[in-house]
Design a protein around this ligand. Structure first.
Ligand SMILES: Nc1ncnc2c1ncn2[C@@H]1O[C@H](COP(=O)(O)OP(=O)(O)O)[C@@H](O)[C@H]1O
Ligand SMILES: [Mg+2]
Length: 225
């Protein structure tokens, strides 16, 4: 289990996270909802070790994550899809999916197994696999970003505003895919950030609200869904 306990982060002299505490249960999707500037991206970046921890404890199955350098965290099984889906335009979709496996020096047998799992959960990626990354639509790019997070994830997946900019039909499709991932991968804890609760029906098993760097437990109903 991934646990944040009284996490504090300051950036450029401003306090951004003020004692954030929550645990992500395996086999469930937790949504973190808050308006722009509330601290959603910073929360995910803190878990990935991309911003300095100002205080508190961050643990994965009881192991202190703060002691692990940022590049080691994907290797511990945490997949992360940032807001800006960084794909290599000239690489095929399949090679883009394989990038994290290459970066982690994953044994060929394991990366082949995981790629097969990604194609099984997201058949639409099978059809796109030979297309250059640069030729995809925004919605397709989000799917590749999810697939890439799945390539490394054995414990958790962090998705930063994956619904943003998706047309309603694509958002619905993405939500269905997320539900499928959650159901097929009981070993994973999913954390999805979003600024509007509207899109999260059918996705969230549990909702957290973030306001000015403070996180509290809530429900989608309470958020005005
Ligand atoms: N690198 C940075 N330096 C200074 N302030 C930052 C930096 N990144 C984010 N912030 C500030 O931290 C707050 C939270 O930002 P962020 O985590 O990106 O929010 P969200 O993802 O919820 O929109 C904002 O006030 C933002 O201006
Ligand atoms: Mg953000």
């Amino acid at each position: 289990m991934l646990t944040l306990d009284d996490i504090r982060v300051s950036l450029a002299g401003h306090t951004v996270l003020r004692g954030v505490s929550f645990t992500l249960p395996q086999g469930a999707t937790t949504v973190l909802v808050g308006r722009n500037g509330a601290g959603k991206t910073t929360t995910l970046r803190t878990i990935m070790g991309l911003v300095p921890l100002g205080g508190g404890r961050l643990t994965l199955d009881g192991t202190d994550l703060a002691a692990q350098p940022d590049h080691a965290r994907a290797g511990l099984g945490i997949g992360y899809a940032p807001e800006d889906r960084r794909m290599i335009p000239a690489f095929s979709v399949e090679d883009n999916l394989l990038l994290p496996a290459v970066a982690l020096k994953m044994p060929a047998g394991i990366s082949a197994e995981r790629l097969a799992m990604v194609y099984e959960l997201m058949p639409e990626l099978t059809e796109l696999k030979n297309r250059p990354g640069g030729s995809l639509s925004g919605g397709q790019g989000k799917m590749v970003a999810l697939g890439r997070a799945l390539m490394v994830a054995t414990r958790a997946i962090l998705l930063d505003e994956p619904f943003q900019g998706l047309a309603p039909a694509l958002a619905l499709n993405y939500a269905r895919t997320l539900a499928k991932v959650r159901d097929a991968r009981g070993d994973l804890a999913l954390l999805v950030t979003e600024s509007s609760p509207q899109l999260l029906a059918g996705v969230a098993d549990r909702a957290l609200k973030i306001e000015r760097g403070e996180v509290s437990e809530t429900t989608l109903d309470a958020l005005g869904h």
